[in-house]
Design a protein around this ligand. Structure first.
Ligand code: ADP
Length: 550
């Protein structure tokens, strides 16, 4: 090879080694340029193992498929290990006559060979070996050329390694950053709701208190001449405001009791018609005042249910008072009760202002109120629906809403007719979060066929909101979802006290050990591999549910 070609090649070597950050590209190029510059039968690169205990072959040229056969050397073992340990280039005239040589397979036995340690300024990164099948020792010029390549390549390999590590760390940081953002958003939201609650609470307390103080002052100090009728009205106002304050305090206490797990239900069997009539008698004054038509229907009329009667009435009262509160004068409000399988279904509907779609899930959150232009004239704390949902969940039930802004709303709740125990015995409610249609349909068919009650969500955010608005016995969570991944959704469910206790089972196509651990680390109670095997799938679902009720 003439000098110009050599200089050109060395120039190229320098350029590529400084420009490439890809390990494989660097190494392949090093091997190719080594064999272009120096005539040889095989060239191999060994890199120091991660544990620093030995060297493994990672590429050979031209017999790339032989790399696994060239294998591994410990430091000090064989000529490769020897050169690495001594950090010294070794030129061997005939390997078969060198006692340091470890021949793994005689079919590939080299004769003359050259081993160069690859050293970056920081550390030893590996070795470069070139070999000939014939005894034809490497000349001093060839050794010098190889030394240049080895020096350049070492730095380049080290850079590529550092770059890869950095890339990996950046990836991990990006994941952590996303998780932090989600957690942060939750904290901000909680803190916003808290401030909003305090502002609302003080407003809510102040309004009736002002009425009480104002009217009682008039009575106490005889500030104005009052007729008997006016005096009576003052006292009525004080009484009503006092009652309102009590309700407010009770709502807050109820909620904190439920959240602390101290709310106990007093189960009894009663006629739905009786409870509805009791609520009707209380609420009629409200609807009459606003000229709202109030209709009730119960099918069948003698339908009975096993539940906590006073909590049941509280739920009905909350829904009805909202329906009346948010319906214009002259509108219509109705209650329809019916039996649906083993459940009592109660629908509370109105022809009122309705709830825009984007608020429909949030209204069940504590203190959440939809901003209306006329909002402040409508009283309330934003606690009623949250309390309602909690009370229904305690009964093993759930609630949802359908609404068209401007046309009205329908809230429907279900509770098991036979009480909570009957609910867990009969039907388990499962939320299936799966974006792939055929997987979804298969799992749904299998679950329905086995008597489960199945709700579907096709994206992470839909799953999240469904799980937040309804109490499920089990959530089956696909890990790969289009908007946010299933494990992030799981972490968010586990971070929320409302859903922390709901077991989540990951459904994933990557049935590898690492995924199982990632799922468990995210808070999943278990893991089912896809594609599902029908009999095993049902057995696993039953097992998870049984474990939950123990
Ligand atoms: P409150 O009624 O005390 O504000 P709730 O938790 O009962 O609190 O309701 C939360 C919010 O949901 C209400 O502020 C209102 O914006 C909306 N909402 C509830 N029920 C209805 C309804 N029937 N029609 C329209 N909006 C409703």
């Amino acid at each position: 090879m003439d000098d110009k070609v050599i200089v050109d090649l060395l120039g190229q070597v320098g350029n590529l080694f400084t420009s490439s950050l890809e390990l494989k590209e660097t190494i392949d190029f090093m091997l190719k340029s080594a064999s272009d510059l120096v005539n040889s039968d095989a060239a191999t690169v060994f890199l120091v193992d991660e544990d620093g205990q030995g060297l493994s072959a990672i590429a050979t040229f031209p017999f790339a498929e032989n790399v696994s056969k060239v294998a591994h050397f410990k430091f000090g073992e064989g000529i490769v290990g020897w050169a690495a340990q001594k950090r010294q280039a070794v030129a061997v005239t005939d390997a078969t006559k060198d006692s340091r040589f470890k021949t793994l397979n005689m079919a590939y036995a080299p004769r003359s060979c050259l081993v160069m340690p690859l050293e970056s300024p920081r550390r030893l990164v590996g070795t470069l070996t070139i070999a000939r099948r014939e005894v034809q020792p490497f000349t001093t010029v060839e050794q010098a050329l190889m030394q240049i390549i080895a020096n350049q390549a070492s730095i380049s390999i080290e850079n590529a390694r550092l770059y890869n590590t950095q890339k990996q760390q950046l990836g991990e940081i990006a994941v952590q950053k996303r998780e932090l953002e989600v957690a942060n958003a939750q904290i901000n939201e909680i803190s916003r709701l808290k401030s909003e609650f305090l502002a609302n609470m003080s407003h809510e307390l102040r309004t009736p208190l002002n009425a009480i103080l104002g009217f009682s002052e008039i009575l106490k100090d005889n500030l104005v001449e009052l007729t008997d009728g006016q005096r009576h009205e003052c006292m009525e106002n004080i009484h009503a405001s006092g009652k309102h304050l009590l309700e407010l305090v009770n709502d807050v206490l109820d909620l904190s009791k439920i959240e602390a797990g101290r709310m106990e239900l007093q189960y009894e069997r009663f006629l739905v018609a009786n409870a509805v009539r009791d609520v009707y008698n209380v609420i009629r004054a409200l609807s009459d005042r606003r000229e709202i038509q109030l209709d009730f229907s119960i099918d069948p009329e003698d339908l009975d249910v096993r539940a906590d009667k006073s909590k049941f009435k509280q739920v009905l009262y909350n829904l009805l008072s909202n329906a009346i509160k948010f319906t214009e004068r002259g509108g219509r409000v109705w209650v329809k009760s019916r039996q649906e399988h083993d459940n009592l279904a109660v629908e509370v509907g109105d022809t009122g202002i309705g709830i825009p779609r984007e608020h429909q899930l949030r209204i069940f959150d504590e203190f959440y109120q939809v901003e209306h232009s006329s909002n402040r004239q409508v009283e309330g704390t934003g606690l009623g629906l949250s309390l309602t949902r909690h009370l229904l969940q305690l009964h093993g039930g759930w609630i949802n809403v359908t609404s068209d802004a401007g046309k009205g709303s329908v809230f429907t709740f279900h509770i098991p007719l036979g009480g909570m125990e009957a609910a867990t015995r009969h039907q388990n409610r499962i939320l299936l979060v799966e974006d792939n249609e055929s997987n979804r349909e298969l799992a749904k068919m299998v679950l329905l066929g086995n008597g489960f009650d199945v709700d579907i969500a096709v994206s992470g955010s839909e799953g999240l909101h469904k799980a937040w608005s309804t109490l499920y016995d089990l959530v089956l969570m696909d890990v790969k979802l289009p908007d946010m991944d299933g494990l992030t959704v799981t972490r968010m469910l586990k971070a929320d006290p409302k859903t922390a206790a709901t077991p989540v089972i990951a459904l994933t196509a990557n049935a590898m050990k690492g995924d199982e651990q990632a799922a468990l680390a995210a808070g999943c109670s278990g893991y089912i591999a896809k594609p599902i095997e029908v009999a095993g799938f049902v057995r696993q679902v039953f097992t998870f549910l049984e474990a939950r009720t123990k």
